[in-house]
Design a protein around this ligand. Structure first.
Ligand code: FES
Length: 386
């Protein structure tokens, strides 16, 4: 311990000493040229493996560099992707369990339609590349005092933070605690981590997985479970998406369970509504991929021109698309982080005109006011300090 701390102090003093001669750059900037994982000024990760999970999703194994602090199961990280000279930042859940012996982590990415960064990561990213990453963040985690009866509700790539939790459980316990899991996917072959989930279901008596294939009437083409084991959906308007009767049949004690749900907005909206009606919202934890937006009445939408004053670029806006996306489509690269209205990494000044917050509908029209461009759309002509 003492030796370690002496070495650490010596290395800090040495790097400060060298920084005096490399000013205005720091030693860390030169180290980046040799090995990006050695830098201190920005956290980087090396891609050590890519693995295609399904036709449109991929697990990327990363070796984070200096400064990485371990994550908690269920947390996410920001990942930077350079495409055609522009840096795009996206947020992805970590799918691996914390505290891996080899120091590696995984993220699992699904290519979404028109998703520039996700397409790059799923289709083009190569082993050996480096990606800038952020610290692990988020409170979609299981508290240290482990709940006795978790219910997981997931769909599509919403499985990723839950997979980290399941892997964490598997590392910690020989026998998993009582877990109910409902997972939705269009078809059996779309289930990310399908084999691993199936094995857990087979080998862990307390883990009960219900897979629901929303586009298969009777999906049993790969040995996976029937689309709906109780045929409830078949009898009732063939609705295979989340609904009250289905939940009651698959998990009759849902009221007693602490719930973690992750997936597309339609699923989470339905789940939130259901738990709210039951007066049990306090038991529900949700993780969204995108901000929850409200529907703007059509007669309030006003297209127009956006002037990006610092860049001297003018472009058209449909009055619905967020300003960050409009700027990127115009070839600009505004700073940003989560793209969900959480981190304020995209804050910038409104010079003139009005913008609407797409989550709340609140209109801002004060010149000089700070706006979050990832969740704001223009109303008519505006000017923004970008
Ligand atoms: S990018 Fe995080 S709030 Fe806009």
């Amino acid at each position: 311990m003492i030796v370690n701390s002496v070495l650490q102090n010596t290395s800090v003093k040495f790097s400060h000493f060298v920084d005096m001669f490399t000013y205005p750059l720091r030693l860390s900037h030169y180290l980046e040229l040799i090995n990006p994982l050695w830098t201190k000024h920005s956290l980087q990760a090396k891609v050590v493996k890519v693995w295609d999970e399904t036709k449109d999703s991929r697990t990327i194994t990363l070796k984070p560099g200096r400064g990485w602090r371990n994550h908690r199961a269920g947390q996410h990280i920001r990942v930077g992707v350079a495409i055609d000279g522009m840096r795009h930042t996206r947020t992805y859940s970590i799918s691996s369990a914390p505290n891996s012996k080899d120091g590696l982590i995984t993220i699992t990415v699904k290519a979404i339609p028109e998703g520039r960064a996700s397409h790059y990561l799923v289709r083009k990213l190569k082993k050996g590349e480096y990606l800038p990453i952020g610290d692990p963040q988020g409170d979609f985690v299981i508290p240290d005092a482990i709940p006795v009866h978790p219910l997981f509700i997931t769909a599509g790539s919403g499985i990723t933070p839950i997979m980290s939790m399941l892997r964490n459980y598997s590392q910690e316990f020989r026998v998993l605690p009582d877990i109910q899991h409902i997972h939705y996917a269009p078809h059996a072959y779309d289930v990310i981590f399908g084999k691993e989930l199936e094995n857990l279901n087979k080998n862990q008596k307390n883990y009960n997985l219900n897979r629901i294939y929303t586009r298969e009437f009777k999906g049993n083409d790969s040995g996976l479970q029937e689309a709906n084991p109780n045929n409830i959906a078949d009898k009732r308007s063939q609705n295979l998406h989340f609904h009250a009767d289905q939940l009651e049949a698959l998990c009759p004690d849902w009221r007693e369970r602490e719930v973690w749900a992750c997936g597309p907005a339609t699923l989470l909206d339905a789940v939130e509504e259901h738990w709210e009606k039951a007066g049990l919202s306090r038991k529900l934890h949700t993780e969204r991929f995108r901000a929850k937006l409200i529907d703007t009445p059509t007669d309030e939408i006003s297209s127009g021109q956006i002037k990006f004053s610092k860049s001297n670029v003018d472009t058209n806006s449909d009055g619905v698309t967020n300003i960050l996306r409009v700027a990127e489509d115009a070839g600009l690269n505004p700073k940003h982080g989560c793209r969900m209205g959480i981190c304020h990494g995209c804050d910038c000044k409104l010079v003139s005109g009005s913008v609407r917050d797409l989550r709340t509908g609140v209109v801002t029209n004060e010149p000089g006011e700070t706006i979050q461009i990832c969740v704001s759309a223009s109303i008519g002509n505006i000017e923004v300090e970008i």
